[in-house]
Every structure is written in structure tokens, then in C-alpha cells.
Design a protein around this ligand. Structure first.
Ligand code: F0G
Length: 459
């Protein structure tokens, strides 16, 4: 298949990078991606959409659909397929892609019943090449890193960003530096970083401490920062929202529920929904809500204790290690999404997370602990009346179940210890969801008795 109409011209600079607070256009980007004038975060803007050059929504839908049958690497990517809504590279063909995106939208019938809604769906971003949603942003940002001739890229991470960055750096022939909190990231994620060849530094601090160390390094060595303060990351992550609406035949759901850590992802998805409305692809917005773990709840506290006026940083602790973050970079962007879309922020306990994770597993889908906060949060939002039983709801599952097998094994064995709750209480609250493994002699009768016992329990 040849290139489609909108590809014929080489990609041109179709965007500017502006400050979210003072509006300053940052023509040259600082190494920390902060505004040169006021130091706040930057975002990509597409000014020419307003200048009468906005793409036609019907044509966009048709082109994106047509690309699904193409074998061109750029079209086969569920990110670059939507390139009309992405910042343009000098050459589209220089994109570093692993065929990211194209993730499934699953029905979760049992979870719907337990949450009290008629229908519940999950957009499973854990089905990306390295097992998390980070790939959708990484493909875009790392392509800009290579375009800008960087040899080294780096990130501080709770494990998924680093796994993703290491993979894309390897594909792009670049070196990567991973800075992670020692002992606080899941084995699956750490192992990926090794295998993809990153220089992996495990520091005796938490994620927020890793961010501070890296902030110093990027000023002393030519390294391209790939944390979500990098606005190009969020541009790629937008595409999950576009793909979701395409999968829903452009019917906008009432609610989209996202886990909140450093708060880049909900900001990206919210930006995408707003931009799709601006382009006329849809005519309404879903309410985008954020769920945090009780032990890592800075956004929740910022909204409930300070009405969003200033960030309440916390000392984070949760077994959902992906979102063990106390000082989130993108809190202002995230608040803007809550306000624009009418979403809310909830917090959930370690027991609620564990139960929700097992329930998502029992629907045959599975996810890592941080993703399960979405179902736990939904249950609360149904109880408070924020979500009605007839509302259409989509959970964004961010990481694959195999990212953190240690959590899952310990949970089912009954020896998971969570922060801020006695082991006995935790076990009592989660007993129904635990599938305790059975260790038996190598004897068919013993196995048959185990089957009969299950049948009896099932009734
Ligand atoms: N879910 C998973 C599985 C994650 O890995 C993360 C973040 C989040 C949710 C939260 O997303 O930060 O955009 O609000 N992980 C980062 C990392 C911090 O380093 O892998 P967010």
C-alpha cells in the first residue's frame, strides 16, 4: 500500500511547545522541559488547527480506518496511525516503533456486577509491546530524542517507564540510563531493563528521590529526559483515547477511569478528548477521573484539603509500586483535566486494590496492582452516586498482569503484607478472592478430591 494522502508532504513542524501557566512559546526546549520564563510544565499545541488548517473529521476517521489494513510500520503502529494529531517529525519514516498501541477493549462482566454497573469495559494498555501504556508515549518522545541527535536517554521510574525506554532505546540504537528506587520496583519490570541493555542504577531512595538525582544529571551530561514532564511523551499517550473512541464507534462513554501516579497519563488522555472535540471528531467529553492508592494520594489530598490550589506532597507507600509517588510532576495538568471534563479523584485502600486486581483476573483479563485501583475506585464512585448503574464506563488498565507476579503469588498464598493494615485484617478482607494453591502428592485420587472440593464450593 502506498502512502496515504496526508503523508505525501514530508512531516513539517505542525506544533509549538507552550507553558501551561504563562503561555510562553518555548522555541528551544530546556533539558528539564520546564518553561524558560516561569519554570512550569510545557505542552504541545497545534496552533494551525485554529488558523483554518484543522483536518476534516470525516476524512481523519476514514484515513485512520484505512491504515488498519496497511503493513507499513507507521500505519501498523496504533500510535503513528493517528499521526495527524501528533507532533510531526522531520521525516515520519524515522519514527522508532515496536507496533505499539492497537490494544484490546475488553468487556468485564463479573467486575461490572461487583461494581454495580450494567456494562463495564477495560482498555488494556498493558497489552503494549513492553507490557504497559508507556510504550505509546515512548515511541514518540524517543523519536524526537534521536531526531535531536542524542546518544543517551534517561528516566527515573517506578519500573514501567524504564522498561519501555530501555526497549525503544535499544531499537533506536541509543544508550539508556535507568534510575529506579532500590527494592521498590517489581521484578518483571527490572528484568526488562536489564535485558534491553539499559545502564540500570538502583538508588537507595524512593521515586521522588530518583527524580531529584536525575534532574542534576541532565544538567551535567548530554542526556535526553524521558519522564512524563517531556511533553512529547504525553502526545503519544493521547492515542489510547483516540483508539478507544474508534473502538466505541465514536460513541463517547460517560466515564473514563485512570490510575494516578506522576499524573501524566490522565493528563494525556484528557488532552486527547478535548482535542478530539475541538476537531469535531466527537461532540462531548467523557468524565475523566483519577484513582490513587491511599498511601500515595497527593492529588486526592490536594483536591480535598487545598481545593486544588497547591500540591500536598506525601511520603508515598503502597504495594501498587507503579504509583508509589508522593510529589507528582503533572498535578496541574491533571487538575485541569478533572475540571474540564467534570471528573473526580478517589483514593482506595490496599485491600480494595488487591480484591479488585483478583476480580479483574477472574474475568480472564488480569493486570498489575496499580491498574486495579480503577475498579476499586469505580466501586466507590458508584456508592457515592457519581457513577450511575446505566452509565457507560471504561477502565484504563495500564500494566500487564505478569509485570508483578510476586504480588499475585503472595496474595493468593495469603502471605502478602500491606502497609497500614494488620496481616490478619487484610487476609479477612480478601479471603473470597484468594485462590490458595494446593500442594499434593503425585496421586490422581488426591487431585480428584481437590476438584470435588472446588465443585462443592461452587455449588
Ligand atoms: N499504572 C502503571 C502500571 C504505571 O506504571 C504508572 C506509572 C501509572 C499507572 C501512573 O501513571 O504516572 O502517568 O499517573 N508509572 C511510572 C513509571 C511512574 O515510572 O513507570 P502516571
Amino acid at each position: 500500500m502506498g502512502l496515504l494522502r496526508s503523508d505525501r508532504a514530508a512531516a513539517v513542524k505542525n506544533h509549538s511547545v507552550c507553558c501551561i501557566s504563562c503561555g510562553e512559546v518555548n522555541a528551544a526546549l530546556a533539558v528539564d522541559f520546564r518553561c524558560a520564563r516561569c519554570g512550569d510544565l510545557l505542552e504541545v499545541q497545534f496552533a494551525n488547527w485554529s488558523a483554518g488548517a484543522a483536518p476534516d473529521p470525516g476524512e481523519l476517521k476514514a484515513v485512520w480506518c484505512e491504515r488498519r489494513t496497511s503493513n507499513q510500520p507507521l500505519d501498523a503502529s496504533g500510535v503513528w496511525r493517528f499521526r495527524e494529531m501528533l507532533p510531526g517529525l522531520d521525516e515520519w519514516s524515522s519514527a522508532i516503533t515496536l507496533r505499539e498501541g492497537n490494544t484490546p477493549l475488553y468487556d468485564l462482566p463479573q467486575c461490572a456486577r461487583s461494581a454495580g454497573v450494567e456494562r463495564l469495559r477495560a482498555k488494556h494498555q498493558g497489552m503494549n509491546p513492553t507490557g504497559s501504556f508507556k510504550d505509546t508515549g515512548m515511541t514518540v518522545a524517543i523519536s524526537f530524542a534521536r531526531q535531536n541527535k542524542f546518544r543517551w536517554v534517561a528516566c527515573a521510574s517506578t519500573g514501567n517507564t524504564s522498561a519501555s525506554m530501555a526497549a525503544y532505546a535499544a531499537r533506536g540504537g541509543m544508550r539508556s540510563l535507568v534510575v529506579v528506587p532500590d527494592g521498590k520496583i517489581a521484578w518483571g519490570k527490572l528484568s526488562q531493563s536489564f535485558d534491553y541493555g539499559a545502564l540500570t542504577c538502583q538508588l537507595g531512595t524512593d521515586f521522588d528521590g530518583c527524580v531529584r538525582v536525575l534532574d542534576d544529571i541532565i544538567r551535567r551530561y548530554p542526556i535526553y529526559l524521558l519522564n512524563s514532564v517531556n511533553p512529547y511523551r504525553l502526545e503519544g499517550q493521547k492515542t489510547a483515547a483516540i483508539e478507544l473512541l474508534e473502538q466505541l464507534d465514536w460513541q463517547v462513554p460517560h466515564h473514563v477511569i485512570v490510575p494516578g501516579g506522576n499524573l501524566g497519563n490522565n493528563s494525556a488522555l484528557g488532552k486527547a478528548f478535548v482535542e478530539m472535540k475541538r476537531l469535531g471528531l466527537v461532540h462531548s467529553l467523557p468524565k475523566v477521573s483519577v484513582i490513587q492508592a491511599e498511601g500515595a494520594n497527593p492529588l486526592y489530598r490536594t483536591v480535598h484539603e487545598r481545593q486544588g490550589k497547591e500540591l500536598v506532597s506525601v511520603e508515598a507507600d503502597t504495594l501498587a509500586t507503579a504509583i508509589r509517588i508522593g510529589n507528582p510532576a503533572s498535578w496541574k495538568k491533571s487538575l485541569r483535566v478533572l475540571n474540564t471534563t467534570g471528573g473526580c479523584v478517589e483514593q482506595v485502600s490496599e485491600a480494595e486494590i488487591a480484591v479488585a486486581k483478583a476480580e479483574i483476573g477472574a474475568d480472564g483479563v488480569g493486570c498489575e496492582p496499580a491498574s486495579a485501583v480503577t475498579l476499586a475506585g469505580l466501586k466507590k464512585m458508584v456508592r457515592t452516586g457519581f457513577v450511575r448503574a446505566t452509565d457507560s464506563v471504561v477502565l484504563v488498565l495500564t500494566g500487564h498482569v505478569l509485570k508483578d507476579p510476586e504480588y499475585t503469588i503472595k496474595f493468593h498464598r495469603g502471605d502478602l503484607s500491606v502497609p497500614r493494615m494488620a496481616d490478619e485484617k487484610f487476609r479477612a478482607l480478601t479471603v473470597q478472592q484468594r485462590k490458595t494453591p494446593v500442594v499434593l502428592d503425585a496421586n490422581p485420587d488426591a487431585v480428584l478430591r481437590a476438584i470435588e472440593a472446588e465443585d462443592k464450593r461452587d455449588g
